[in-house]
Design a protein around this ligand. Structure first.
Ligand SMILES: NC(=O)c1ccc[n+]([C@@H]2O[C@H](COP(=O)([O-])OP(=O)(O)OC[C@H]3O[C@@H](n4cnc5c(N)ncnc54)[C@H](OP(=O)(O)O)[C@@H]3O)[C@@H](O)[C@H]2O)c1
Length: 327
């Protein structure tokens, strides 16, 4: 089968189309003929050699697939060959065929294209898991989302707006993206290059701070994130792009009863991921079926154009999701 391969770690130029062995579904898994996948920031980190796939997962990049079930592994009775599905994979999405656990898949709504479906699992499940399931965002709360033009955070904005219409949504981004982010219905946009986001959050919330912060910047933002967090607030860290070590005032955190939660999706145990997908199916899938939430596709590339797609994501020239289509 055709797949995007890497002979050595490095820049986008190391991605090449080649032939790989078609995978075989094991117990509880299915084989998906991939129609589309999407580029997620962790793919870049894996390509650079800094984010190896969990044990037993494909070395091929790609954390999600949308396609058609081609074969069933042992013990799978909830799907049939030919079903249109979208789902999380531990790796292997940038290929004509990928194996996925049956319980990590969802049926693609009839109203949704494969390209749209390829944008859902990694970004929207990450957003839902961390802002709602772990962050516990409620109506009336404030939430601060960093990097509002990216895949995870455009999804997070849409989900906050739809599931918690009375939450106050504050978003940081580079200046060129602020207007588009505002048009998604946010309450305050902050240019992280020229503004002090902690001061802006304090100003907007009259000194109260926000109940939930979704952060992927890590070390460089820790102090300002803690300043921006309300009493009892939750800071959920899903990335560490600026670094992994930072100082923390534990006394202040204790007195303000704040929580810092670290979270990953890919390397969670199979049953945990299945439970998250099931909860997402109950709470969010109906919104996708009714097209109350529609993924924002920045651009669709062919699989052969994976290097260009990576360049674009790395330059943060995108707004929303970059899709790789195999159609
Ligand atoms: N833990 C998990 O389970 C999990 C799962 C998926 C993704 N992630 C992580 O989540 C992050 C987002 O992933 P993604 O696929 O959505 O990537 P993405 O599409 O590249 O989005 C990242 C966004 O952050 C913005 N940004 C960059 N530096 C910033 C800064 N200093 N302050 C605020 N915003 C900044 C970027 O654009 P502008 O600078 O132009 O605003 C970009 O829009 C990545 O770090 C990824 O590794 C974690």
């Amino acid at each position: 089968m055709k797949a995007v391969l890497i002979d050595k770690f490095g820049g986008p130029e190391v991605l090449r189309i080649g032939e790989a062995e078609r995978p075989t579904p094991g117990k509880g898994q299915v084989l998906v003929a991939v129609a589309a996948t999407s580029v997620n920031r962790p793919d870049i980190v894996q390509r650079e050699g800094k984010y190896p796939p969990p044990k037993g997962e494909s070395e091929v990049l790609g954390l999600e697939v949308a396609g058609t079930i081609q074969a069933l592994g042992a013990g799978v009775d909830r799907w049939s060959v030919g079903d249109r599905v979208m789902g999380l994979v531990g790796g292997g999405g940038y290929a004509e065929y990928a194996v996925a656990y049956a319980d990590h898949l969802m049926r693609i709504p009839e109203s949704m294209s494969f390209e749209e479906a390829a944008c859902i699992c990694e970004a929207y499940i990450t957003a839902y898991l961390n802002v709602f399931m772990l962050g516990g965002l409620e109506d009336g709360d404030g939430v601060l989302l960093h990097g509002g033009g990216g895949g995870v955070n455009t999804a997070a904005i849409q989900l906050c707006r739809t599931l918690r219409p009375d939450a106050k949504v504050l978003v940081t981004a580079s200046p060129g993206k602020l207007e588009r982010i505002e048009s998604l219905g946010t309450d305050q946009v902050i240019d992280y290059r020229s503004q002090d986001f902690a001061a802006e959050v304090q100003r907007f919330t009259d000194g109260r701070g926000v109940e939930v912060i979704l952060d992927h910047i890590g070390a460089a933002y820790l102090a300002s994130n803690m300043k921006s967090l309300a009493v009892g607030g939750r800071l959920v860290i899903i990335g560490v792009t600026s670094g992994i070590k930072a100082e923390l005032n534990l006394a202040l955190m204790m007195v303000k009863r704040q929580q810092i939660i670290g979270s990953v999706l890919r390397s969670r145990p199979v049953p945990e991921k299945a439970a998250i997908v099931a909860e997402f199916s109950r709470q969010v899938l109906p919104l996708l079926v009714e097209r109350k939430v529609v993924p924002l596709i920045h651009k669709v590339y062919g699989l052969d154009d994976a290097p260009q797609a990576h360049r674009e994501l790395e330059a943060s020239a995108h707004f929303g999701k970059i899709v790789l289509s195999l159609a």
